[in-house]
Design a protein around this ligand. Structure first.
Ligand code: SF4
Length: 244
């Protein structure tokens, strides 16, 4: 396949050749795509926000790395930044699938039509979709007005696609209250989500000083609240506990 005419335009801001944490149960490589339209207050990847940046690698080079890793890893995760920002994503995912890898997509859901095109590629086995806040209050996290409207449509697109998924919410108690968590659970449950995971904010690596300093240990979700939330969603979990 001539990648100079297709996915060669893909802008790759980073590559992790082996991880066990980005897709549970899989040995994966992660391709971090450049560009993100949102400005989440806790973003650990702000260097990926611009669509162009020094240090980007051509997809053709990443593809060769992946070819060499066949037999050693199970899967390729496309993450970001926001991967659906780039129109060549479906082609690149298909190329990864054609190499024999399972393919996962991590997305913020900012563009439901782009998510649909990614899913229509037929290459995606698993999607992790962020739910940043109750849909009416997304700006609290993303700093972008009305961003929750698009995110809600993306959740609908994903659930209607039947592709295996998790919805996930990063929890910092200075940004989201426990009532916000209850509201998110109710909203995604009402939409038919099968799996929702709270990811506890960890201060290590966060570039935002006040967020780091306002929390010395990972956030907690008290047991009573966990059982309340697990009543709403078939599969509910909390990721990032100290014992994890
Ligand atoms: S969507 Fe992800 S990459 Fe984009 S600003 Fe938010 S946390 Fe950062």
């Amino acid at each position: 396949m001539d990648r100079t005419a297709t996915s060669a335009r893909l802008r790759v801001g980073g590559f992790e050749p082996l991880t066990t944490v980005d897709w549970e149960g899989r040995l994966s490589a992660v391709v971090f795509l450049q560009g993100c339209p949102w400005r989440c207050r806790y973003c650990h990847n702000s260097e990926l926000a611009p669509l162009t940046a020094p240090g980007m690698r051509p997809w053709a080079e990443i593809y060769e790395d992946l070819q060499a890793r066949r037999g050693f890893i199970d899967a390729v995760v496309f993450s970001g930044g926001e991967p659906t920002l780039q129109s060549d994503l479906p082609l690149a995912m298909r190329e990864a699938a054609e190499l024999g890898f399972e393919v996962a997509l991590h997305t913020n859901g900012f563009d439901p039509d782009a998510l649909r095109r990614a899913l229509d590629s037929g290459a995606v086995d698993y999607v992790a979709l962020d739910v940043k806040a109750p849909f009416e209050e997304y700006e609290l996290i993303t700093q972008i007005p009305n961003s929750g409207l698009a995110a809600r449509r993306s959740v609908r697109v994903l659930l209607d696609s039947g592709v295996d998924h998790e919805l996930r919410t990063t929890y910092h108690p200075a940004l989201l209250s426990k009532d916000h968590l209850r509201q998110i659970a109710a909203e995604v449950a009402e939409m038919g989500a099968a799996r929702w995971i709270i990811q506890l904010f960890r201060p290590e690596g966060c570039p935002v000083r006040w967020l780091r300093e306002s929390i010395l240990l990972p956030a907690e979700v008290p047991p009573a609240l966990r059982s309340e939330l697990s009543e709403l969603i078939d599969e509910f979990g909390v990721r990032g506990d100290l014992e994890d």
